[in-house]
Design a protein around this ligand. Structure first.
Ligand SMILES: Nc1nc2c(ncn2[C@@H]2O[C@H](COP(=O)(O)OP(=O)(O)OP(=O)(O)O)[C@@H](O)[C@H]2O)c(=O)[nH]1
Ligand SMILES: [Mg+2]
Length: 389
């Protein structure tokens, strides 16, 4: 990939330069108007700056295609069609994927450049990585300032800058995460309740949490499910309850709920499963209130999947504002490689994280949230990229 910068008085002229130099297949990555020359604003000239790139492989491929098309011997072209194109297709696909990855990175670096140009390139590199992780711009700028300050003092004490950067980036993220309460359920409340949108993993996660209470803490527990919309949902919870050898009560309305509570009066904990609904509609949150008595001695977790879009998660959080949410549970960490939304959300809502789940297996695929691990997770790819792993 060859990337070039062109400056000309007009866009047309800049494009002419690009075409002459890189050919018709050049890709424009960025263009902007700049002020050039002049002295403190006098004699300044408006210019257009264009950043363009060309993949040298495209030229080679074009030549190859030309050669294939003009191949005179038909038998030869048959063998070419039979054998090499397949191989060629594979190579092209791989290289296209690679190019795409690089292009994405490059575009991100151009779009971030104006915002982050006040930082050194080594800081920008970390910020870019965190931006790809989905960390919000306001946090990135705070991180940038923190890193700048720390590298300055490191330079003064002649410490290795790259090491300092990574350590400091991790410290910054850990501090941000540590501003909220990060730990598993408190076991201080008798009732433990999970709510959240459809299919995020509420039932599976509740079973994992209940398993810890039964197997490790040897507690006497029961399940309540208010998810009566689907037979399968009741069966699913009953299966987990059967494995743990604990009772389940199915409740349809507030009276059933109160009855179930009565049955479980001498139990240590009661784990309550709820139906996933489209919680972007306020009505469903109100429906929940009709079945569950939230005033009780209850710890409620809002379950969100890390595979969801951050905007959608925020919408759901807003709808749950009438219910006292004690913490988040983020699921499906194994299905994504960007975790920034988690940090943006806890920073914005000042609500902690209880658990993160990492797969479908019950009970093992769950881990208590931990600020150190979350900050490492956000930077993991970065050290890999740098060491070339
Ligand atoms: N990859 C992955 N899958 C998960 C995780 N947690 C749950 N799942 C899967 O997600 C699917 C839905 O899980 P459920 O526990 O039924 O989700 P739910 O939120 O109770 O769903 P509804 O009750 O229908 O709203 C199942 O296939 C789970 O195995 C996780 O951490 N990682
Ligand atoms: Mg469920």
């Amino acid at each position: 990939m060859k990337v070039m910068k062109y400056v000309a008085p007009t866009m047309n002229e800049a494009m002419k330069k690009v075409r002459n130099d890189l050919g018709e297949d050049a890709v424009i990555l960025n263009s902007k108007v700049i002020d050039s020359g002049g002295f403190i604003g006098f004699f300044k000239k408006r210019m257009v700056e264009v950043i363009a790139a060309i993949d040298p492989g495209i030229e080679k491929e074009k030549e190859e295609m030309k050669r294939l098309r003009s191949e005179p011997d038909p038998s030869k072209s048959v063998s070419l069609i039979k054998g090499r194109p397949q191989e060629k297709q594979l190579i092209t696909e791989n290289s296209v994927q690679q190019e795409l990855k690089e292009l994405k990175k490059m575009i991100a670096s151009f779009t971030t450049s104006s915002q982050f140009e006040r930082y050194d390139s080594s800081i920008r590199e970390i910020l870019l990585h965190l931006q790809l992780q989905g960390i919000s711009d306001s946090l990135l700028l705070q991180a940038g300032d923190h890193l700048e300050e720390k590298t300055k003092s490191a330079r003064e004490s002649e410490k290795a800058e790259a090491d300092t950067l990574l350590v400091e980036a991790k410290r910054f993220l850990k501090d941000v995460v540590s501003e909220v309460h990060i730990s598993g359920m408190s076991y201080k409340k008798k009732y433990i309740n999970v709510v959240g949108p459809t299919g995020v993993g509420k039932t599976t996660t509740l079973a994992k949490m209940a398993a810890e209470a039964v197997i490790e803490k040897k507690m006497k527990i029961g399940f309540i499910t208010t998810d009566t919309y689907r037979i399968a949902a009741i069966e699913q919870l009953k299966t987990y309850a059967g494995l743990l050898n604990v009772p389940v009560e199915v409740v349809y309305k507030l009276d059933d709920y109160k009855e179930a509570i009565q049955k479980f009066r001498d139990f240590d904990h009661v784990f309550i499963d709820t139906a996933g609904r489209n919680f972007r509609e306020k009505k469903f949150v109100e429906d929940l209130r009709k079945v569950i008595d939230f005033e009780r001695d209850m710890e409620t977790f809002l379950v969100l999947s890390l595979t969801s879009k951050e905007e959608d998660m925020k919408e759901i959080i807003k709808q749950f504002s009438s219910i006292d949410i004690n913490g988040f549970i983020f699921t499906k960490l194994d299905e994504t490689s960007s975790y920034g939304s988690m940090v943006n959300i806890i920073k914005e809502t000042k609500t902690g994280i209880a658990y993160i789940t990492t797969g479908q297996d019950v009970p093992e695929d769950i881990t208590e949230a931990n600020a150190e691990e979350i900050s490492e997770l956000l930077l993991k790819g970065f050290s890999h990229e740098r060491s070339g792993v």
